[in-house]
Design a protein around this ligand. Structure first.
Ligand SMILES: [Zn+2]
Length: 274
């Protein structure tokens, strides 16, 4: 049984500031160890329920945050930048389930710690079929395309709630309660790992009842931009239709193409400021 793990970092118990989760930050090495502990807890829980193969796709910042030999379960490690499928690179129909570890709330969510949606400078809000989507909801398009169920999400309470909108049967491991965008009350790391291990095991045990994400076709992905220059640039991409000064949509029957078009928007908008 194969498990795909998309690992972010902002949702780790204890993480509340960019300095803790950006390469070069003074506290970054310590918090990457905490992240690794949470990923490993998810792997261990899944293994207890019979999972045998794991691929960890590093999906945070420069996407090279982990020590490969520190991963449990002899997990494969997909790392590095400019992956065409970004946070979901490596997933295909050969996997039995998807875990989303250390995810965070969407840009507009109320007080979710380190909240953003892919690129905070450009995107105010993203919707999938009219429902506000965080990264979990957007990434669910890829799981829907390959018909693989997403069965575990870890992070704060907002992240769990936002993911449930698209994956109503998902197991959630809530390891912190956000107080503001830069404050949270976290479980002790050991308690967070115990919770994640437990929910991961339950997620794999319940796999028979789980289905792929609940996203009706055709899909409409809506983007609200924070300034018109980003919107103007995005609208030059085939498949992106400008619907207002600050808004655009991507519509179609192929969730994979919609995700790839969205990722192209992300990369193009990043290029505008870098
Ligand atoms: Zn991240």
């Amino acid at each position: 049984m194969k498990i795909f793990i998309s690992s972010d970092m902002e949702g780790t118990a204890g993480v509340v500031d960019w300095d803790q989760c950006v390469i070069g930050g003074s506290q970054y090495p310590y918090y990457t160890d905490l992240l690794t502990g949470e990923i490993n807890a998810a792997i261990e829980g899944a293994a207890q329920a019979g999972a045998t193969e794991f691929l960890v796709n590093d999906a945070h910042s420069k996407m090279a945050n982990l020590k490969p030999d520190a991963l449990a379960g002899r997990a494969g490690y997909l790392s590095g930048r400019y992956k065409p499928m970004y946070m979901m690179q490596g997933l295909d129909e050969s996997f039995d389930a998807v875990f989303m570890v250390s995810y965070h709330g969407s840009m507009g969510s109320r007080g979710s710690v380190l909240s953003h949606t892919y690129f905070p400078t450009a995107f105010a809000e993203v919707t999938v079929n009219g429902v506000v989507a965080g990264e979990a909801g957007i990434n669910a398009l890829v799981a829907a395309a390959y018909r693989v169920p997403i069965v575990l999400v870890t992070g704060d309470a907002t992240t769990a709630e936002e993911t449930l909108r698209f994956c109503p049967r998902i197991e959630t491991a809530v390891v912190k309660k956000s107080v503001s965008r830069f404050a949270a009350e976290s479980l002790h790391p050991a308690a967070a790992r115990d919770l994640i291990r437990d929910r991961a095991r339950a997620a794999v045990e319940g796999l028979k009842e789980a289905g792929p994400p609940d996203i009706a076709l055709p899909v409409t992905l809506g983007i609200s931009f924070r300034s018109s220059d980003y919107c103007e640039l995005a609208a030059r991409i085939a498949g992106v239709e400008r619907t207002g000064d600050l808004s655009a949509t991507i519509v179609g029957d192929d969730p994979l193409r919609i995700y790839q078009t969205f990722i192209t928007v992300v990369l193009l908008c990043r290029g505008l400021v870098e």
